[in-house]
Design a protein around this ligand. Structure first.
Ligand code: SAH
Ligand code: SF4
Ligand code: F3S
Length: 442
């Protein structure tokens, strides 16, 4: 048998890209590729890219520059650019970077084997259509190796919301939900292979409305209730949600579905109604706070996470203070905050921006507050019992690392036999981005 060809994939951006990279590896498996962690060994290198902020997009070109010596040493090496930069820039990538052989957008991954073959014949190819067929239908069935205890599963993709700052509706296309039967069979397959926790993915995952097996659309809450029936699946999470799609049944599921973990990432971006309107978010700060209130009524211990943008065009100090007030009202356990980055083709890119100095200052004040909240929430965990699903070995000898129900990373001295399982743990200490605990019996 011929030596298998080696594929190196570097993934940037969100969890959906992580999922997509796995599926691309499977698609190229059919062309005889196995994955490698060493780029210098690779016969093909794929960069799965992110376009969300300018810095993220620019990384691609600097990374491509670094690949030059590898290509010089191995002229047969194929280099591909996938993901959201591929979608947004297409042909431009081939122009800017002669070493690139193929460019493939997020909706065309099932065409990768064909593009790879064409690259082998010396043809550079770009594929950024939004084909009508489902890319997931055309990928080969997953092979069945065992895998770690946690997995992502895309159930919804694309976005119709068009927030004024965001490229996602352009790079991922219109909102599409996968049919219930496909999601369930993929989930069962993952569980058979050792997965205990599934995170359902979508750019607007709570807008999920997939075709049910007997006709009619299912909501995300109904899908979660059905997934909860899968034996061996212990934990369900979902991300990312939009405040306007937090329906009553989904909020209720947080109180009634035991397998649904008490953690929710619910971006708000700003606490100022004036800015929310300029962002085209179509909700107010008050509406967001009401959703949080109802979630906490359903599940009092839920840990909340959010996304924030500072320095959106037109943001005044008073608007920023409204964001700080909202953060104080919510008390997040975790959060991401960003300086506004104008993205080509989005409506906000045309508007006059806030100065870099002001943005830096606001980001620093916001992050100080968010970090305090995260620390307080973590410290409140000390002395409490949680269940930890162990994912991998830690740095210290004999130590394992896993996640609590609240998605805290927890370090515990535990036997390797606990890997892939969830165990009761008492939290003993809080470190900057993780907790330490002791294994309890049971
Ligand atoms: N679909 C998700 C995530 C979108 S991207 C959602 O709707 O929340 C993840 C985060 O990146 C966003 O929530 C936002 O906070 C940030 N982001 C998106 N575009 C940005 C831009 N142009 N500048 C700065 N941050 C941005
Ligand atoms: Fe982007 Fe807004 Fe859609 Fe989220 S909801 S992906 S921020 S346009
Ligand atoms: Fe980035 Fe595309 Fe995800 S722009 S955040 S990789 S949807």
């Amino acid at each position: 048998m011929a030596e298998p060809k080696k594929l190196f994939i570097k993934t940037y951006g969100c969890q959906m890209n992580v999922y997509d990279s796995e599926r691309m590896a499977e698609a190229l498996g059919a062309s005889g590729y196995v994955q490698t962690a060493a780029p210098e060994e690779a016969d093909m290198i794929l960069l799965n890219t992110c376009h969300i902020r300018e810095k993220a997009a620019e990384k691609v070109y600097s990374e491509l520059g670094r690949l030059k010596p590898l290509k010089a040493a191995k002229p047969g090496l194929k280099i591909g650019v996938a993901g959201c930069v591929a979608q947004a820039e297409g042909e431009e990538i081939l122009r800017r970077q002669p070493l690139v052989d193929l460019v493939v957008g997020p909706q065309s991954y099932h065409r990768l084997p064909d593009l790879e073959a064409r690259a082998g014949q010396g043809q550079r190819a770009v594929e950024t259509e939004f084909p009508a067929e489902d890319k997931f239908d055309h990928l080969p069935a997953r092979p069945k190796p065992r895998r770690g205890p946690t997995a992502f599963l895309t159930v919804q993709e694309g976005c119709d919301k068009f927030c004024a700052f965001c490229v996602v509706p352009y790079t991922r296309g219109a909102e599409v939900s996968r049919p219930v039967a496909r999601v369930l069979s993929e989930a069962r397959d993952l569980v058979e292979r050792g997965v205990r926790e599934i995170t359902l993915l979508g750019q607007n995952v709570n807008a999920y409305h997939g075709a049910g097996p007997e006709g009619g659309d299912w909501s995300l809450a109904r899908l979660i209730r059905e997934l909860a029936e899968v034996d061996g699946l212990e934990r369900i999470r979902f991300t990312t949600s939009h405040p306007n799609d937090m329906s009553d049944d989904l909020i209720e599921a947080h109180g009634t579905c035991e397998k649904l973990m008490p953690y929710l990432h619910l971006p708000v971006q700003s606490g100022s109604d004036r800015i929310l309107k300029a962002m085209n978010r179509s909700h107010t700060a008050e509406q967001y706070l009401r959703v949080i209130e109802r979630l906490r009524a359903a599940r009092p211990d839920i840990l909340l996470s959010g996304d924030f943008i500072v320095g959106f065009p037109g943001e005044e100090e008073a608007d920023f203070q409204a964001t700080m007030d909202l953060v104080r009202a919510v008390e997040y356990g975790q959060a991401y905050s960003f300086k506004y980055s104008p993205r080509p083709g989005t409506p906000a890119a045309e508007r006059a921006g806030v100065s870099v100095e002001v943005m830096d200052d606001r980001l620093q004040r916001l992050q100080t507050l968010l970090n305090q909240q995260q620390r307080a929430r973590q410290e409140a965990m000390v002395g409490r019992n949680v269940r930890v699903l162990f994912e991998k070995q830690g740095r210290a000898p004999g130590q394992l690392v896993g996640k609590s129900e609240y998605l805290h990373a927890v370090h515990v001295i535990a036997p390797d036999s606990a890997l892939g399982e969830s165990r009761a743990v008492r939290i003993a200490a809080s470190a900057p981005n993780s907790l330490a605990g002791e294994l309890l019996a049971g």
